[in-house]
Write a protein that binds this ligand. Structure first.
Ligand SMILES: Nc1ncnc2c1ncn2[C@@H]1O[C@H](COP(=O)(O)OP(=O)(O)O)[C@@H](O)[C@H]1O
Ligand SMILES: [Mg+2]
Length: 227
């Protein structure tokens, strides 16, 4: 479903070029779960940005096959990248990044409105089920900052999956949570993606969280190695 083929990425800063990803390859199918660990600055977020089409590799290809379409992320125009992010990918961050001036329910509706251009009430049942399975449906009328960190991240998972993307990218999703919340949120994240048949690629510093995923990778010296 996703095939990362021999990608490289370097950054030049103050005249010095540093290879962040070096001829890296990885492939996975819809519904698979993967974790990526690695030291700070090893390039984990860079890899997620490439998969979100927020940036392009210097060389190599990233292909996504979904239903009838085969997309080549490495050749996207700005407009194609924008469409891809609206329809094919969900994002979760360490700092939740919910919109604090609108309700939980409106936060979760947003990706559907953006992807379809409108919100039909037929989506209500799906969002109710999604928020319920994440244990936050009862908070739907509240503003996000009235919720605990663990609850906010569960809402962010619902928002990441609301438009039914084939791929969910999570960058240190439990990095701001204590041990107990990290356990429950990471379990729910993996289980909910599996239930939605969404591929999950999660960056984490926690070995315990990483062990919940089917494939475990470590990014080091610009290469991925299986753990
Ligand atoms: N846009 C950029 N320009 C220059 N250097 C960058 C840019 N983005 C990231 N880097 C550098 O690339 C390296 C990898 O960054 P990142 O992917 O954020 O690492 P990680 O997520 O593993 O901590 C770091 O040294 C970072 O400073
Ligand atoms: Mg990072």
């Amino acid at each position: 479903m996703i095939s990362i083929d021999n990608i490289s990425k370097s950054y030049t800063d103050a005249g010095e070029t540093r290879v962040i990803l070096n001829e890296l390859s990885l492939s996975f199918e819809q519904g698979d779960s993967l974790s990526i660990q690695g030291a700070s600055g090893s390039g984990k977020s860079t890899l997620l940005h490439l998969l979100a089409a927020l940036d392009k590799p210097d060389s190599g290809k990233i292909m996504l096959q979904h239903e009838d379409c085969m997309l080549n992320l490495s050749t996207f125009s700005e407009k194609q990248a924008d469409q891809y992010r609206k329809h094919h990918v969900g994002l979760i961050f360490q700092r939740f990044n919910l919109i604090d001036c609108i309700s939980v329910w409106d936060n979760v509706k947003l990706p559907i409105q953006i992807s379809k251009g409108t919100y039909g009430e037929e989506s209500d049942a799906f969002l109710k089920e999604l928020l319920s399975s994440l244990g936050v449906y009862q908070h739907r009328h509240k503003l996000p900052n009235r919720l605990s960190g663990g609850e906010q991240q569960r809402v962010a998972i619902a928002r990441g999956l609301a438009h039914k993307p084939p791929l969910l990218l999570a960058d240190e999703p439990t990095g701001n949570l204590d041990g107990k919340n990290s356990d429950s949120v990471s379990h729910l994240l993996v289980e909910t993606c599996k239930a939605q048949n969404t591929a999950l690629l999660m960056v984490t510093h926690s070995q315990k969280v990483a062990r919940l995923t089917e494939q475990q990778w470590y990014l080091e010296d610009a290469r991925l190695r299986a753990i």
